[in-house]
Design a protein around this ligand. Structure first.
Ligand SMILES: Nc1ncnc2c1ncn2[C@@H]1O[C@H](COP(=O)(O)OP(=O)(O)O)[C@@H](O)[C@H]1O
Ligand SMILES: Cc1ncc(COP(=O)(O)OP(=O)(O)O)c(N)n1
Length: 271
């Protein structure tokens, strides 16, 4: 008899190059054994050398996608990626409350506060940062910023493991249950240490730094794997630990594609 898998919803932008965004989330959900569903917020024109432009989806259409799947199929965990504008963020926050997703409704909700691509191309309008702080963070089970996003959201400049803790405290003051301050951008560190905290526990998740230029989609793939593990019923520390092991292998198996930065790869999980 067939078994219905757990379900995960990603609310994010499309990457035409297939390495990040919705495409990375869906293939990660598949590799982690959950049924993936999408609410698309923007369509980017993107490849291995950068983002050439994007068009936003109207906020009411983003809300309608969330309601359509939540009402009919059910959501075991959800995540956000690229949200583009304050108007979309406001619509997402209101809709998540309506469909009972988020920390207060016991359906885990991961916020990856995507602000720019690795090439420095903006994926979020500047005025939307305040909406991420005030409308999404208080609803989040877990937030997963990289160091550029930490600086934009809190003003804290992370340069080492001690300042990673300062950043975690500043992010927790904005209301999420847990924060994961990712250390991938501490390029001088021979290890990639991500700091997970709920304000009481400070857990350092460490992995060797793999020598590769191909890390496109790394943040999305980590956040979506954590979301998949939460959908399967793991608690936050265990889901993040599994996600960290998952992304380490994905970076190790990353492949060149195009003239620029190639994508991390979840294919090893299917072998
Ligand atoms: N070269 C690398 N080797 C191993 N893990 C990496 C490497 N670069 C990034 N990571 C890990 O990938 C995840 C995403 O990293 P990060 O680069 O910090 O975020 P983003 O992709 O959002 O900019 C983190 O778990 C980080 O530790
Ligand atoms: C549509 C879209 N969403 C998100 C990103 C950013 O991806 P991420 O995994 O955070 O990191 P980079 O690969 O850009 O470092 C994106 N590029 N496009």
């Amino acid at each position: 008899m067939s078994v219905t898998p757990k379900t995960a919803l990603t609310i994010a932008g499309s990457d035409s190059g297939g390495g990040a965004g919705i495409q990375a989330d869906l293939r990660t959900f598949f590799a982690c054994g959950v049924h993936g569903m999408t609410a698309i917020t923007a369509v980017t024109v993107q490849n291995s050398v950068g983002v050439q432009g994007f068009t936003e989806i109207p906020p009411d259409v983003v809300s309608a996608q969330i309601k359509a799947v939540a009402g009919d199929m059910g959501v075991d965990a959800a995540k956000t990626g690229m949200l583009a504008t304050a108007e979309i963020i406001t619509a997402v926050a209101k809709t998540l409350d309506e469909v009972h997703i988020g920390r207060n409704a016991d359906v885990p909700f991961v916020v990856d506060p995507v602000a720019a691509s690795m090439h420095g191309d903006a994926l979020l309008r500047e005025e939307a940062l305040e909406a991420i702080r005030t409308e999404l963070f208080p609803r989040a089970t877990l937030v997963t910023p990289n160091l550029d996003e930490v600086r934009l959201l809190t003003g804290v400049e992370v340069t080492d493991r001690a300042s990673q803790r300062d950043a975690a405290r500043a992010l927790l003051a904005l209301g999420p249950m847990w924060v994961l301050v990712k250390g991938g951008h501490l390029y001088d560190d021979p290890e990639c240490v991500d700091l997970l905290s709920d304000g009481v526990q400070f857990i350092e998740l460490s992995a060797r730094r793999i020598d590769t230029p191909h890390t496109h989609g790394g943040g999305d793939t980590l956040a979506s794997s954590i979301t998949a593990f939460l959908a399967k019923g793991l608690g936050v520390p265990d889901a993040v630990d599994e996600g960290k092991r998952f992304i380490e292998r994905c970076v190790a198996e990353a492949y060149p594609l195009g003239e620029g930065v190639g994508p991390v790869s979840p294919f090893w999980r299917l072998a």
